[in-house]
Design a protein. Structure first.
Length: 280
């Protein structure tokens, strides 16, 4: 049904400040900075090998600005949404309707780049609450224009998204959506004894959706929590970040065998952020 975790959306108050902060974190410059005139928002995009990362701010009036402002008011800056990609959005809509879900009509979007005035266009399918369970999530098909790709990824720069962490209070219900409706591959379902929590791994376009269950007595609810970024050389990345004035923990062995990790403590705009190097 989906062929990619297309992109992540981070709500920010000051787009220029967030751009500078994440340029330091990623060791990369953004590939796009523009606006959605019809939605009242402006954005800054960083492109990676398996997804892209969108800093989004409200700069006008429109449905997008209302969403950003509502998120900032209720939750502050941070992870706002996750977007799934497809090459056949009409087929996705048909399949979901055949499964009994009520969906809105498809909607279009247009983005223009401030620098070169290039245009990108896409179609959106916003998912109903019974599939999003508290997340801001939708499906996208890009129809015109492409994001530039960085000329190179340095050993100290972020290359790709290793995994996205989502918290849920209902893992079984989430499986019924992500595996049985979205057709995502469930690669792991286990209890981690040292934490006394249930962990799920879904795989999608060389990215992992890590689901951490924390049961409670509330209605089924899912929350975006944090990001882990793959890096080729974590020691070089650590040195670069420290030189840029970014607060980062010391490097240590990761929980996963043959990995090294470090946590970024500043410049993230409230997004829990981990760097990971997979040792060969």
């Amino acid at each position: 049904m989906f062929n990619a975790l297309d992109h992540l959306i981070i709500a920010v108050k000051d787009l220029d400040k967030a751009e500078k902060n994440y340029s330091k974190i990623f060791g990369l410059s953004p590939v796009w900075k523009g606006e959605h005139a019809d939605f009242g928002t402006s954005n800054c995009l960083f492109n990676f090998q398996n997804t892209y990362f969108e800093l989004l701010s409200a700069t006008g009036d429109g449905p997008g600005a209302s969403l950003v402002n509502d998120h900032l008011e209720k939750k502050g800056e941070g992870l706002m949404g996750v977007v799934f990609g497809t090459d056949n959005i009409n087929g996705v809509a048909t399949a979901l309707r055949e499964k009994g879900f009520s969906l809105p009509t498809l909607s279009g979007g247009v983005g223009s780049n401030f620098n070169d005035k290039k245009i990108r266009k896409w179609m959106n399918l916003f998912l109903p609450p019974e599939l999003t369970r508290g997340l801001f999530s939708f499906v996208i098909q890009h129809t015109e224009g492409e994001l530039p790709i960085p000329i190179t990824y340095e050993p100290s720069s972020v290359r790709k998204l290793d995994h996205l962490v989502i918290q849920t209070n209902d893992a079984d219900g989430l499986i019924k959506i992500y595996r049985d409706v979205f057709n995502l591959r469930l690669a792991l379902d286990k209890i981690v004894e040292r934490w006394k929590v249930r962990i799920l791994f879904f795989r999608l376009n060389k990215t992992t959706l890590e689901i951490v269950e924390k049961p409670d007595d509330q209605p089924a609810n899912d929350k975006l929590w944090g990001l882990t970024w793959d890096i080729e050389n974590i020691e070089q990345a650590h040195q670069r970040l420290v030189s840029e004035g970014v607060d980062v923990t010391s490097i240590k062995k990761g929980i996963k065998e043959n990995t090294l990790v470090a946590t970024i403590k500043s410049h993230t705009h409230n997004v829990p952020t981990l760097l990971i190097q997979h040792l060969k």
